[in-house]
Design a protein around this ligand. Structure first.
Ligand code: BES
Ligand code: MN
Ligand code: ZN
Length: 502
């Protein structure tokens, strides 16, 4: 990742290959707020009209490049749109920094002259630089990413003089490393990230102190009665794994359990998916990637919250050994489940992991999963659904997400779905909704059966986990790392309130 320095220097005299300035809109036209003001002044009165004639209107997402011809030290100035001057939020800054970074070519250093009024703004700018600069170059023979890579970024802000601002930078680095790590795992081709390879990769990470990683293989999963994970994994040549990560700070104020869906590839199994749905299904371990990366970040930041993280990893494949529609699986807590559709596999692996999480009696359980296409139908590709058995938690998570620039929205778990989940004629539970409506609610209602008596929330990231379209803001194509920032900030807010997240 790029190295970031914070500096309270004058933008015009800053030595960097590229100088980025933020341009906002007002009713009177364009303005250049913050440390960019001096840059606009150095160009003289013609600056804003020049931007306009380049077709630049100051909207979010816009960039314009201007050779500086000696007016400032950097040879290139990049103007990036901030939108309405009155509404330059941390997320607007994060996106602007990301857009600017993505537009930079063949430069090893860049300075960012964006306005910042507090430390949250500084953290957001740094995150935008680090997240927007992400590039998955592992499988390219010629390193195209080298043309994009910035070695050092200087973030210009008067707040650099404040002592506390260093912590904002450390937070941005820890969080961005976690998001980019999740992205790498999601983008890795599924043949190179089988359950065993994924588990090995987690175990091989440099663990911060007080972190312990434990991997359960297939025999151990059998011994521990994890019939959901085994049932989903049994069709594949690549056996399943369960990864447990514990982070135990010295004086925890709260104990948070995180659970992630880690389907390294979801073909649908015997209920095989149609061709169009198969291409992106390497992303089906995004929930596991998010909870693992967030746990490591929380530990790196030494947050005083105990975290127990459970990642259920399996490959969902059709074969002669695969679970069939009609089979019955026995989950760790003894509940039997009639399988109707082997493509609804996520809830089966989560069931075992949720049982395990609940056995520790944590203060609350949060699971993250690319669980249902229905959630994408309901909320689109950029918003995650939040479903919970606790009203406070269901509202706290979207609020937390909003503070870090992620989008989550509450959905209900209804009585109607509870009855449907319990309507199997031969087993305790029915795995799949008998009708094609409310799939996200049914799935959450199924999961709720395994966390009775515990405060629990489920985050369905089927939409935002993977960007199938063009890059935007600081979001690249492919794996996005959705959920990581919300989880880390949620743990941080538990640490601050010392309470239970309500
Ligand atoms: N992994 C999918 C859900 C998904 C869909 C993730 C789109 C990302 C993008 C999940 O395992 C699945 O196949 N769900 C089925 C459930 C159905 C069979 C009840 C779905 O949504 O169609
Ligand atoms: Mn599926
Ligand atoms: Zn799936």
């Amino acid at each position: 990742m790029t190295t970031i320095n914070l500096r309270a220097a004058n933008a015009t005299g800053t030595r960097a290959d590229v100088l980025v300035i933020g341009v906002a809109t007002t009713s009177d036209g364009l303005v250049v707020p913050g440390p960019g003001t001096a840059v606009a002044a150095a160009f003289g009165r013609g600056f804003e009209p020049t931007l306009s004639s380049l077709g630049f209107s100051g909207k979010q997402g816009e960039v314009a490049k201007l050779p500086s011809v000696g007016v400032v030290k950097s040879s290139l100035v990049i103007a990036v749109g901030l939108g309405d001057e009155e509404a330059v939020t941390p997320e607007a800054l994060r996106r602007a920094a990301g857009v600017a970074v993505r537009s930079i070519r063949n430069s090893s250093s860049a300075a960012f002259a964006l306005p910042s009024t507090d430390e949250r703004d500084v953290q957001a700018i740094c995150e935008g630089v680090l997240l927007g600069g992400y590039d998955f170059g592992t499988y390219k023979s010629e390193d195209e990413s080298a043309a994009h890579r910035i070695e050092t970024a200087t973030v210009l802000t008067d707040l650099a003089r404040n002592k506390g601002v260093k912590h904002s930078l450390s937070k941005a680095v820890a969080v961005s490393e976690a998001v980019n790590r999740a992205r790498d795992w999601i983008n890795t081709p599924p043949g190179d990230l089988t359950p065993a390879l994924f588990a090995d990769a987690v175990a091989a990470l440099d663990a911060p102190s007080r972190v312990k990683v434990t991997v359960w293989d297939e025999p151990r999963l059998r011994k521990e009665k994890c019939g959901g994970i085994l049932g989903v994994g049994q069709g594949s040549q690549n056996p399943p794994r369960l990864v447990q990560i514990t982070y135990k700070p010295r004086k925890p104020v709260s104990h948070l359990a995180l659970v992630g869906k880690g389907i390294t590839y979801d073909s649908g199994g015997i209920t095989l998916k149609p061709a169009a749905g198969l291409m992106t299904m390497k992303c089906d371990m995004s929930g596991a990637a998010a909870v693992i990366a967030a746990t490591f970040a929380a530990a790196a930041l030494e947050l005083p919250v105990q975290i127990t993280c459970w990642a259920a990893m399996a490959e969902n494949m059709p074969s002669g050994t695969a679970t069939r529609p009609g089979d019955v699986l026995r989950i760790r807590n003894g509940a039997t489940v009639e399988v109707h559709n082997t493509d609804a596999e996520g809830r089966l692996v989560l069931a075992d992991a949720l049982c395990l999480a609940a056995e520790d009696e944590p203060d609350m359980i949060v699971d993250v999963a690319t669980l249902t296409g229905a959630c994408v139908v309901a909320l689109g590709t950029r918003t995650a659904g939040v479903l919970s058995n606790d009203d406070n938690l269901r509202d706290a998570l979207p609020a937390t997400a909003q503070r870090v620039g992620e989008s989550m929205w509450p959905l209900p778990i209804t009585e109607e779905m509870k009855a449907k989940v319990r309507s199997s004629s031969i087993a305790d539970l029915r795995q799949h909704n008998p009708e094609p409506y409310g799939g996200t609610l049914f799935a959450a209602s199924f999961l709720r059966e395994f966390v009775e008596g515990h405060r629990w929330a489920h985050i369905d990231i089927a939409g935002p986990a993977f960007n199938d379209g063009e890059p935007h803001g600081y979001t690249p194509k492919g794996g996005t790392g959705a959920g990581v920032r919300t989880l880390v900030h949620f743990a941080e807010s538990l640490a601050e309130s010392g309470a239970s997240g309500s």
